[in-house]
Design a protein around this ligand. Sequence first.
Ligand SMILES: [Zn+2]
Length: 196
Amino acid sequence: MKKRLQTTPPDKFARQVSDGAVTLTVEATKDNRLRKSIRWTLKQETIQVRFPAHISTAELDRLLEDIIDRVRKQRARARQQNDDDLEQRAQAINTRYFQSELQWHTIRWVGNMKRRLGSCTEGGTTDGDIRISDRIKHWPDYVIDYIVAHELAHRKYPNHSRAFWDYVARYPHTERARGFIDGIAFAEGDDPEALI
Ligand SMILES: [Zn+2]
């Protein structure tokens, strides 16, 4: 019986694809610990992919196309979110969970927070300025809502006291969202407390 020859991909390779005017880099690495599934993460403009040893070039190419397609959709969704949307989101959360009792000055997306996901200033000339890292724009909605709820809740409790956590828990997906953030921090070797 003749065996059909299947080409296998190199252990490590990089590829560039476009997303509008932006160039995305796909970095693919073989990972012998993986049995069948492929894993990927998006860091800024780089898609890091790990693939199992026993995969054909054709199959890997097909999976990479799916991933690139998903990343393009995520990025398109992220681009649509602006500061007005964020303000509306904050108002909706304030009304729904905090009886509209919280007040803030501005809430906006920022691109210069390297580590933190959100911040809220207390006192001084920037009192009540809430900043949300645009790194989270493509994260699930329930996580974005949690981060907004967390920073809003700091308007009442500018600390991480027991009273603060009881208050922020009015947002019903708090535990799930904190689990998501713990997972991100773990993957990055970071401390979740340093993120938010
Ligand atoms: Zn906090």
